[in-house]
Design a binder for this molecule. Structure first.
Ligand SMILES: NC(=O)c1ccc[n+]([C@@H]2O[C@H](COP(=O)([O-])OP(=O)(O)OC[C@H]3O[C@@H](n4cnc5c(N)ncnc54)[C@H](O)[C@@H]3O)[C@@H](O)[C@H]2O)c1
Length: 252
């Protein structure tokens, strides 16, 4: 038997697509009841969760807005009575292809509002719900861009470095109160997010995979399995950690 989250309730933000959708299915297959939060409709993810034998509800939300995030957590607790696990994964790509002096202020604000403030807001409302039932585990969606910089994407790099800092802060604050907080740092993952950069053009894709020692992109499920481990009791002594899942990219 693999890793289990039986009887637990898991909230996944950005669950309509890519890594979040794969994580929802993986957590449900491990026995968690899942709450899918996204700006977009999550019908496809809900279907995949149900096909894996799981139970899911969807809450439409913009995770950069406090009232929306609070409503998601309230709905999770109302439906399932508790919150044990959270994967704060929703993210946007930011001010791609611009040097800092050319970048747009509104694009900067939008990227930081989702990628950094959204993670803070998620934890702000999830943690009290977890504390009410004795604790829980959180994985924040970071990136290799939390560890190294990529040019022409300053808002994204700054936001993801911030996510890792916030993850470590939360780990310290709740270490004695039963809440572990870690981050996952994916490299290049084949999702709609990445395809907005590559246009699914094989030549452009080859430039992305050229920087990966394994020579290929990750499948979303390869990230989801790392998230499952971090959320589960298998990682019971791990907190404040950014787990790199990147085919060797930052080892160079
Ligand atoms: N794909 C990659 O190569 C890669 C690499 C490293 C890190 N990441 C990170 O992984 C996470 C997921 O990325 P993905 O590749 O699956 O992207 P994706 O675009 O396929 O999915 C992201 C999901 O987040 C949702 N979302 C965006 N803004 C939101 C908001 N304000 N409120 C609620 N939901 C919102 C979108 O609707 C979408 O369903 C992101 O945080 C991204 O930065 C991705």
């Amino acid at each position: 038997m693999g890793i289990r989250l039986d009887d637990g309730v898991a909230l996944i933000t950005g669950a309509a697509s890519g890594i979040g959708a794969a994580a929802a299915v993986a957590l449900a297959a491990a026995g968690a009841r899942v709450v899918l939060a996204d700006l977009q409709d999550c019908a496809e993810t809900e279907r995949a969760v149900k096909a894996a034998g799981g139970e899911a509800i969807t809450v439409r939300a913009d995770i950069s807005r406090a009232a929306d995030v609070q409503a998601v957590v309230d709905r999770a607790v109302e439906q399932f009575g508790r919150l044990d696990y959270a994967f704060n994964n929703a993210g946007v790509e930011g001010m791609a292809e611009r040097d800092i002096h050319e970048a747009d202020e509104a694009a900067w604000d939008q990227a930081l509002a989702v990628n950094l403030k959204g993670v803070w807001l998620s934890m702000k409302y999830e943690i009290p719900a977890m504390l009410r039932t004795g604790g829980g585990t959180i994985v924040n969606g970071a990136s290799v861009a939390a560890l190294v910089a990529f040019d022409k994407n300053g808002s994204y790099v700054a936001g993801k470095h911030g996510v890792l800092g916030l993850t470590k802060t939360a780990a310290l604050e709740y270490a004695e109160r039963g809440v572990r907080v870690n981050a996952v740092c994916p490299g290049v993952v084949r999702t709609p997010f990445l395809e907005r950069f590559t246009g699914a053009d094989p030549e452009v894709e080859a430039r992305y995979t050229a920087i990966v020692p394994m020579g290929r992109m990750a499948a979303p499920d390869e990230i989801a399995r790392a998230v499952l481990w971090l959320l589960s009791a298998e990682s019971s002594y791990v907190t404040g950690h950014g787990l790199v899942v990147d085919g060797g990219l930052v080892a160079r």
